[in-house]
Ligand binder design. Structure first.
Ligand SMILES: O=P(O)(O)OC[C@H]1O[C@](O)(COP(=O)(O)O)[C@@H](O)[C@@H]1O
Ligand SMILES: [Mg+2]
Ligand SMILES: [Mg+2]
Length: 283
C-alpha cells in the first residue's frame, strides 16, 4: 500500500475508535500542555491513540503533536504533525470537536509549502474526514461509520459566502479589527462554536470566513502553526479558498518553534483580501 494511503487509513481507523469512545472522556480533568494551554485527559488519551497507531507505520518518520514538548523520532518517512483533539474544551458541553493532521515531506522547521497532505476529522452529529493530498486532484470527504469510510463527496468552496466565525473578546482585539468585524458581520451569519475544525466546516460548507486574530491575551493569535493553522490553510487553498496571517498566505509562515502560534484567517478570497487590506494598514 502507498505510504500516504497507510497514513490516511490509519487516521480513519483511529478516528472511528475516538468517535466511539469519546463519551468515556467527556468529563475530563484539566492540566497544562507544552504550549501552556489547558490540556484535558481526553487530549492525552487521543494523543496516545494516534501515536501508537502512526508511529508503528513504515510511512511515518516523525510524530509531532500539540500535546508533546518535542518531536518523536519513528525512523524513516514523513513528518506527521497532529492536533489529536481540537476544541477539547467543547467536550464538557457536548459540542463538536475534531482532529487535524499535517504531513510534511521535509524535516521541521518547514513552511506549509513542504506539506504534501492535510486532513481534518470532525466529530459532530456524525463523523467526517476531509483529505487533501498532493497526489490527488480533488479534496475528498469521507463519512466514517460502523468502522467503514465511505467516499462522501468532493469539496469546493461556495462562491457566495454566507457565514463568519471570529474569535476573541472584543476588548482584547484591535480597534481596527473590530471595525472590520462589524462591517463583515453586516452581511454574514455568525457561526462561532469554539472548535476550529467545526467552525471551519461551516465555512467549507456555506462559504465565508473563520478567523482567530491576535489579541491582548494571544499577541501572536491562539492557533498553532503546525497543528491547526497551516494544515487547515493547505486544505482551504486546495479547494479554491485562501488563507492569511494578515499579510501573507499561512503556507509561507516561517514558524519559530514547534509550538509557534499565528493569527489565522481562512475562507473565501474576497474576504481574505479584505482582512489583508485592513491588517495591511496596521490596524
Ligand atoms: O476559547 P477561544 O478563545 O474562543 O478559543 C477557541 C479555539 O481554541 C481551540 O480550542 C484550541 O484548540 P485545542 O482544543 O486543540 O487546544 C480551537 O479549536 C478553537 O478555535
Ligand atoms: Mg486545536
Ligand atoms: Mg488540541
Amino acid at each position: 500500500m502507498k505510504a500516504m494511503d497507510q497514513i490516511v487509513q490509519t487516521i480513519q481507523q483511529t478516528a472511528h475508535y475516538v468517535n466511539t469512545n469519546l463519551p468515556n472522556h467527556a468529563q475530563s480533568r484539566v492540566s497544562v500542555n507544552a504550549s501552556g494551554d489547558k490540556q484535558t485527559d481526553a487530549d492525552v488519551w487521543a494523543d496516545h491513540l494516534f501515536f501508537d497507531k502512526l508511529s508503528a507505520l513504515d510511512a511515518v518518520g516523525s510524530y509531532v503533536s500539540e500535546e508533546r514538548d518535542a518531536a518523536i523520532d519513528c525512523g524513516e518517512g514523513y513528518v506527521v504533525t497532529i492536533d489529536p483533539l481540537d476544541g477539547s474544551s467543547n467536550l464538557a458541553s457536548n459540542n463538536s470537536v475534531g482532529t487535524i493532521v499535517g504531513v510534511y515531506e521535509a524535516e521541521l522547521p518547514a513552511t506549509g509549502r513542504e506539506l504534501c497532505a492535510a486532513m481534518m476529522v470532525l466529530y459532530g452529529p456524525y463523523t467526517t474526514m476531509t483529505v487533501a493530498r498532493d497526489d490527488r486532484e480533488i479534496v475528498q470527504e469521507y463519512l466514517l461509520r460502523d468502522g467503514f469510510s465511505e467516499r462522501w463527496g468532493e469539496f469546493s468552496l461556495p462562491d457566495d459566502p454566507k457565514v463568519i466565525g471570529l474569535a476573541g473578546k472584543k476588548y482584547a482585539r484591535s480597534e481596527g479589527f473590530n471595525e472590520l468585524a462589524k462591517e463583515l458581520e453586516q452581511h454574514l451569519k455568525p457561526r462561532y462554536g469554539g472548535a476550529t475544525v467545526a467552525d471551519l466546516a461551516q465555512v467549507l460548507e456555506y462559504g465565508g470566513l473563520f478567523g482567530y486574530p491576535a489579541t491582548t491575551e494571544y499577541p501572536d493569535g491562539k492557533l498553532r502553526v503546525y497543528y491547526e493553522a497551516v494544515p487547515l490553510a493547505y486544505l482551504v487553498e486546495e479547494i479554491g479558498g485562501r488563507s492569511t496571517d494578515g499579510t501573507q498566505s499561512l503556507l509561507d509562515v516561517e514558524p519559530d518553534g514547534l509550538h509557534a502560534r499565528t493569527p489565522t484567517f481562512l475562507g473565501n478570497e474576497d474576504l481574505i483580501e479584505r482582512v489583508e487590506a485592513h491588517m495591511g494598514d496596521g490596524s
